[in-house]
Write a protein of this length. Structure first.
Length: 259
């Protein structure tokens, strides 16, 4: 159950304050999944999400990928592709044969582009001892553009609901978490020509993957049985600009801890 509640009060100082949505915790630590993940094209590794998200999956010949990051960024970092900032190297990347007559974001991927395929990201982590008897939450602060998300062999989110680079996602993964090692697998899809994706100004060349990837942080935290999320403070000045009425709101939601 989710409940929205609002408080009102006046402040005799002139200021306004806003807060953006953020993962909610009390005294529980947050664990950021920065650093190296493994990455591979789904056209190269055709295994299922159930298999890829299994602990100990043999990700043979997969690329290393820094998260947050994009597909092309990872392929440059591991020297699969040359430095795009040197000479005309960028034009040599596969998928760069798109038409220059219109903005690439508004075009279909070229038929021979390797980025028409989805890409997998995976990593393994140990369940924190601090999360015992608490609800566990997995947060994605930005994915471009669509994604299927798997944890320990179970799909926890589908590309039909995970869509849009400017959205954040909070998943209660308590029933999917295991003691010891856990495995996350994220299958990412590039934006299509009519999607509002991450785009570039017209005088800069758009990378051939259209910035496909996990481009903002991924983190894990825990809560009790109730969480507060999406805090927001709206201010309204009075006529003489001396006082401001502040309206505080937040979503309160039940967080099942059943495993």
């Amino acid at each position: 159950m989710k409940v929205r509640f609002t408080f009102f009060f006046s402040l005799a100082l002139l200021f306004s304050f806003t807060s953006t949505a953020a993962p909610a915790t009390d005294d529980s630590p947050r664990f950021f999944f920065h650093g190296l993940w493994s990455m591979q094209s789904s056209c190269t590794d055709k295994s299922s999400g159930e298999a890829i998200s299994t602990t100990g999956y043999p990700a043979k010949d997969w690329h290393k990928a820094e998260i947050p990051g994009t597909i092309v960024g990872a392929l440059v970092a591991d020297h699969t592709f040359p430095d795009p900032d040197f000479g005309i190297n960028l034009k040599s990347f596969p998928g760069m044969d798109y038409s220059s007559k219109s903005f690439f974001a508004n075009q279909d991927m070229p038929a021979d582009s390797p980025f028409r395929c989805s890409y997998w990201f995976r990593m393994e982590f140990e369940s924190p001892r601090e999360f015992a008897d608490r609800a566990s939450w997995l947060h994605f602060l930005g994915i471009n553009y669509r994604a299927n998300i798997w944890l320990n062999g179970s799909k926890i989110a589908d590309r039909s609901e995970v869509a849009g680079p400017y959205r954040t996602y909070d998943f209660n993964i308590t029933k999917h978490m295991r003691k010891g090692m856990n495995s996350i697998a994220v299958e990412v899809f590039a934006p299509q020509k009519n999607d509002l994706g991450l785009t570039w100004v017209d005088w800069n060349p758009t990378p051939p993957d259209k910035d496909m990837g996990i481009w903002r942080e991924v983190l894990l935290d825990s809560t009790g049985e109730v969480t507060l999320r999406h805090p927001f403070v709206a201010s309204k000045l009075d006529a003489d600009y001396v006082n401001a009425t502040l309206s505080l709101s937040a979503d309160r939601a039940n967080s099942p801890i059943t495993r």
